[in-house]
Design a binder for this molecule. Structure first.
Ligand code: HEM
Length: 355
């Protein structure tokens, strides 16, 4: 499934509308929605809808209007699931499901929400099947249906409707909340550190100006903005733990013996805040990613997407979305705190990997 999704992501964008263009078009919708707000507002729902639309284009071949009640409901249910998964009682369910299975609690809400979300996905798949043309694939679902047909004599390959439902759900969940939360942290940092926001805007004015939209080619000419975005990801630390893996054989790693069958979870947070790697790990400072000549500097300990064979498969997509959304927003808006209020940099734990 991973290989299949990676190859789809790679070819996505070669079609009628390139991925970059789709993200730029979504930026226009996002800015219009922000502009329509009167007075202070919480950008969370609109940002989530905009990011999710990029994943929707990939999976369903279409975006959804921010006022589409049904789709908004699906997004709300999903956000609630991710939020509840971090609650102590949902974690307890993960440890002893047999004990809590029939008792009320957040795990029941999670199951009910997922039932509604997967029903929505099944409905979209049925619609796709009605006018599916294998010679003219529109999106991930069409490509998957073709693969299902190719592999129908090999049930072990796992290409079936339920596999498609779960894969769509994985892509939506992994791709939407992560990038949205990164952007929310980004806007909060800009609010908290106006001098950094001014420097990003000065770079936007120098490289892009106001007459055109930001594009991906601008990245190389914008080392300060790149440094700010990297620091947003480091300090925002939106996926503190990787997903659990199991050792397939006895292994020695860094002087430790790991017996076959041991569950291992990578603590990405410890890398992103490692005092041996970062000059001031607990301070938001884009200088972590700049060298003395004002150029962008890569850092080995920058691992928000994890590493290895099962690292994030959406890294390239996420980086494009974050760059284009962030620069477009700061080109058109200045984020400020409400008078008399001091924004807090305290985070909340939502989704947690099962132990
Ligand atoms: C800021 C945005 C994102 C961050 C910080 C992020 C981070 C991560 C991390 C840390 C992992 C776990 C890797 C591990 O366990 O070793 C992961 C896995 C994954 N991510 Fe992302 N991700 C982001 C965006 C996306 C997007 C946009 C997509 C999809 C289009 C995506 C799809 C996935 C998938 C499918 C996996 C599971 C990969 C596997 O198990 O083989 N992610 N991501």
């Amino acid at each position: 499934m991973r290989k299949f999704a990676v190859s789809h992501l790679r070819t996505f964008g070669d079609g009628k509308k390139s991925l970059e263009l789709r993200i730029q078009q979504e930026c226009v919708h996002l800015c219009n929605a922000f502009r329509a707000e009167k007075g202070p507002f919480n950008p969370m729902v609109t940002l989530n809808s905009a990011v999710s639309n990029i994943i929707s284009c990939l999976i369903f071949g279409q975006r959804f209007d921010y006022r589409d009640e049904y789709y908004q409901r699906i997004l709300r249910l999903d956000t609630e699931c991710i939020q509840l998964m971090g609650s102590p009682r949902a974690q307890l369910y993960n440890v002893c499901p047999w004990l809590l299975e029939y008792l009320p609690g957040p795990h029941q809400t999670i199951f009910s929400n997922y039932k509604q979300i997967t029903d929505f996905l099944r409905g979209e798949i049925i619609k796709h099947k009605e006018n599916w043309d294998p010679s003219n694939p529109r999106d991930f679902i069409d490509n998957y249906l073709t693969e299902m047909e190719k592999k129908n004599s090999d049930p072990e390959a796992g290409f079936n409707i339920e596999g498609l439902v779960v894969t769509c759900l994985d892509l939506i969940e992994a791709g939407t909340e992560t990038a949205t939360t990164t952007l929310r942290w980004g806007l909060l940092f800009m609010m908290k550190f106006p001098e950094i926001q001014e420097k990003v805007q000065a770079e936007i004015d120098r490289v892009i100006r106001q007459s055109r939209q930001p594009c991906l080619a601008d990245r190389v000419d914008m080392p300060y903005t790149e440094a700010v975005i990297h620091e947003m990801q480091r300090f925002g630390d939106v996926v503190p733990l990787g997903f659990p893996k199991k050792a397939v054989k006895d292994t020695k790693l860094g002087g430790f013996f790991i017996p076959k069958g041991t569950s291992i979870t990578v603590n990405l947070s410890s890398v992103l805040h490692d005092p041996n790697e970062w000059e001031t790990p607990n301070t938001f400072d884009p200088g972590h990613f700049m060298n003395e000549n004002g150029q962008f500097r890569k850092r080995d300990a920058f691992l928000p997407f994890s590493a290895g064979k099962r690292a994030c498969l959406g890294e390239q997509l996420a980086r494009q979305v974050i760059f284009l959304f962030f620069t477009t927003l700061l080109q058109q808006f200045t984020v400020t705190k409400c008078p008399g209020e001091e924004p807090s940099l305290e985070g909340e734990i939502w989704f947690c990997s099962p132990p």
